[in-house]
Design a protein around this ligand. Structure first.
Ligand code: NAD
Ligand code: WQD
Length: 340
């Protein structure tokens, strides 16, 4: 996706994380300058004597471009404001958040504080310095248990969301809608990701969670390389064809492209307010199908065991991608290519 004229410097919060680092590759390729703010609460910090987290060093090597990094939390209002005063930021892509669903149930205040207060702090600072364009990492989780499939952006949100993480995303969306109603000039794009998986084709960057993975794909990957013995499949009694859950897995590089596409909305003077878009593939894949696909791709059997359901899981989530295709110019990513 080509660069939007007049948009030069993008501030990326949470840019040392999984989706952020892949998106930065696309941003640099498109010709944007990138300034990253990350507290490294869920990513590896710079090694002693280095300026950048290891993942951003690899991004620089991959792209031949440079990235500026500020090691701080978006909760630190003064430090965050200094970053805006130091760089002429044209727009923000806001990834910074805590994202582990199970952990959010155990530590709700940490999640509400980091994700909601963090976002409010960021928006306040942006308002003060007059930067009013933001792309927000939202989630399909805001739909709760979906009433129909594929699920489009008209589906109600906030109902039946089962955990503090999901509620924090819902509240952030509502906060942005309220802000855009209260004050003129905001351009806010809310991207509801479905299930991002995969890695940059170079293999130099990828998903590298700290601790034991909670998500399906990094867990399978660790079984494949022998770090874990087998994967537990949560539930073999769902109302789906092979009785395991169905998700809309999308490649992280397609998701990264979704962000450069979202920036094009800022080049449209008719666009204002806060608008949600689904980012998915529009295709459901079951947990067992995913394990089988991974086994085929790596030429190795992935041992698994079907165990009880995981609390809070829903049987099926599949995106309608029509709006993103129409308004963001994203083509459907129906067929493998980069996919597993
Ligand atoms: P990640 O944990 O890999 O990256 C998030 C980054 O934000 C980390 O580097 C972390 O250190 C940083 N961070 C967290 N709180 C911060 C703070 N207060 N100040 C500065 N930095 C902070 O997660 P990810 O998978 O890359 O997800 C990125 C965003 O996308 C998150 O907002 C997440 O909720 C959202 N999302 C992710 C998925 C998914 O499956 N990966 C799906 C839907 C939505
Ligand atoms: C996928 C499927 C599990 C691990 C989560 C968040 C959602 C969004 C994306 C951020 C489910 C099954 C998993 C394992 C398994 N994130 N599974 N064994 O739950 O669809 O979505 O990430 O916004 O908000 O909830 O993704 O990868 O955890 O699970 O059987 O060891 O794999 O039960 O059916 P999920 P996931």
């Amino acid at each position: 996706m080509s660069k939007v004229e007049g948009l030069d410097t993008i501030l990326v919060t949470g840019g040392a994380g999984f989706v952020g680092s892949h998106t930065i590759v696309e941003l640099l390729k498109a010709g944007y300058k990138v300034v990253v703010v990350d507290s490294c609460i869920n990513s590896h910090p710079p090694k002693e004597g280095r300026d950048l987290p290891p993942v951003l060093e690899r991004v620089q090597d991959l792209t031949g471009q440079t990235v500026t990094f500020h090691h701080l939390s978006i909760l630190d209002r003064e430090a965050l404001k200094d970053v805006f005063l130091k760089h002429k930021v044209d727009a923000v892509i806001h990834f910074a958040a805590l994202k582990a669903v199970g952990e959010s149930v155990k530590r709700p205040l940490d999640y509400y504080h980091n994700n909601i207060t963090g976002t409010a702090t960021l928006l306040r600072v942006m308002g003060e310095v007059g930067v009013k364009r933001l792309v927000f990492s939202s989630s399909s989780t805001v739909y709760g248990p979906a009433k129909y499939f594929p699920t489009d952006e008209e589906h109600p949100t906030g109902q039946g969301v089962t955990n503090p993480y999901g509620r924090s995303k819902f509240v952030c969306e509502e906060m942005m809608k309220d802000l855009a109603k209260a004050e003129e000039g905001w351009q806010l794009v809310l991207l509801r990701y479905f299930n991002p998986v995969g890695a940059h084709p170079s293999g130099d960057i990828g998903e590298d969670p700290l601790g034991i993975p909670v998500n399906l794909m990094p867990y399978i990957a660790q079984v494949a390389v022998g770090r874990r013995e087998r994967i537990n499949v949560f539930g073999g009694d769902w109302d789906t064809p092979d009785r395991t859950c169905i998700r809309d897995f999308m490649h992280v590089m397609d998701l990264a492209e979704g962000h450069t596409a979202a920036l094009t909305k800022f080049g449209d003077p008719a666009f204002s307010g806060a608008k949600p878009f689904n980012l998915g593939r529009g295709k459901g894949v079951s947990v067992l199908e995913m394990i089988a696909a991974f086994s085929r791709a790596c030429g190795k059997e992935i041992p698994y065991k079907v165990v009880g359901r995981r609390e809070g899981d829903v049987p099926t989530m599949v995106a309608s991608c029509a709006l993103a295709e129409k308004e963001l110019g994203l083509e459907g990513h129906e067929e493998p290519g980069r996919n597993v």
